[in-house]
Design a protein around this ligand. Structure first.
Ligand SMILES: [Mn+2]
Length: 294
């Protein structure tokens, strides 16, 4: 099976910019040949890198890069060709899901499952760090910088009732208030531990697929426990088990409503013994083939 891969090779939206090298490392990884042996052949549709020599603001450069990514995702989503976006910092989500929303607009709204240690729901008025990778969820809901929220078209790209977050364990009040006011379902880490990821992901799919024309998954590597996935810039202890996550994701493998997936914030500079790199390939195999590998 051929699968479209897109690299978002930028860490401009993060405090720690090394994740910009994430997709470059994945593209030349030794695990690519194992993936091909398992039956998945990556077809690279683009590797998007920012031009940091440009005189524009960081905001303008990121918005332009997201737009480029979006233009590449758009035809794939229109033709129902499953894709995998590899980051890069989580601002990629602005380009990816804006394009999917645009592609599916004639058929209906889209749903999104956001797996992350954080809420990524800040706006410029609530953020303390000013980092744009803390804002993509708010952006997709229609809040924040117009450079982001007006991409492709001015309206919000996701309705709060079609969105849910899984694995959250670190957040600030401003972003939590936004999601609370909008009634977004959040499966905090406590609930995941209590009920198990398999059951939670099933409920998440119900939320994201009910009355939608398809849904996506945006997976931040920092959702996983740093003991298993140290290769990311914003580690938070007590995360998801990589094995449980791979196993849970197998239930999405043959779901035709799943438009694509994004795996972001992999920073090879923090990785240890290629643990995180290998885990990313396990996650890809789980979601494309429905198989967990050891
Ligand atoms: Mn994130």
């Amino acid at each position: 099976m051929q699968v479209s891969f897109l690299g978002y090779s930028s860490g401009l939206g993060a405090a720690s910019t090394g994740c910009g090298d994430g997709p470059l490392v994945i593209k030349k990884s030794a695990y690519i040949s194992e993936l091909i042996n398992c039956g998945v052949t990556p077809v690279w549709e683009g590797m998007f890198q920012p031009d940091e020599t440009r005189p524009e603001s960081k905001l303008a450069i990121i918005a332009d890069l997201c737009h480029q990514l979006g233009l590449a995702v758009l035809p794939l989503a229109q033709q129902n060709r499953f894709f995998i976006v590899l980051g890069g910092d989580h601002t990629s989500a602005i380009g990816t899901w804006t394009a999917v929303a645009q592609a599916k607009k004639p058929a209906g709204p889209i749903g999104l499952i956001w797996i992350d240690a954080h809420m990524d729901s800040h706006t410029p008025s609530t953020t303390q760090s000013g980092n744009y990778h803390g804002m993509p969820v708010a952006t997709l809901l229609g809040y924040g910088e117009a450079n982001f929220t007006h991409m492709f078209y001015a309206e919000p790209k996701i309705h709060p009732k079609h969105l849910c977050l899984i694995g959250v364990r670190s957040f600030e009040e401003g972003e939590a208030k936004l999601l609370r006011d909008l009634n977004v379902r959040i499966f905090y880490m406590d609930e995941v531990k209590k009920r198990g990821l398999k059951v939670i992901l099933k409920e998440a799919v119900e939320i994201a697929s009910r009355d939608t024309a398809g849904y996506g998954v945006s997976l931040d590597i920092d959702s996983i426990d740093p003991k298993e996935a140290p290769g990311t810039g914003s580690c938070e202890a007590d995360g998801l088990s990589g094995k449980e996550l791979s196993s849970a994701l197998t239930q999405l493998a043959n779901d035709s409503r799943l438009v694509g997936i994004e795996i972001v914030e992999f920073d090879p500079h923090y990785d240890q013994h290629q643990m995180t790199e290998k885990l990313i390939f396990q996650l890809i195999t789980a979601i494309t083939l429905g198989k967990t590998l050891t």
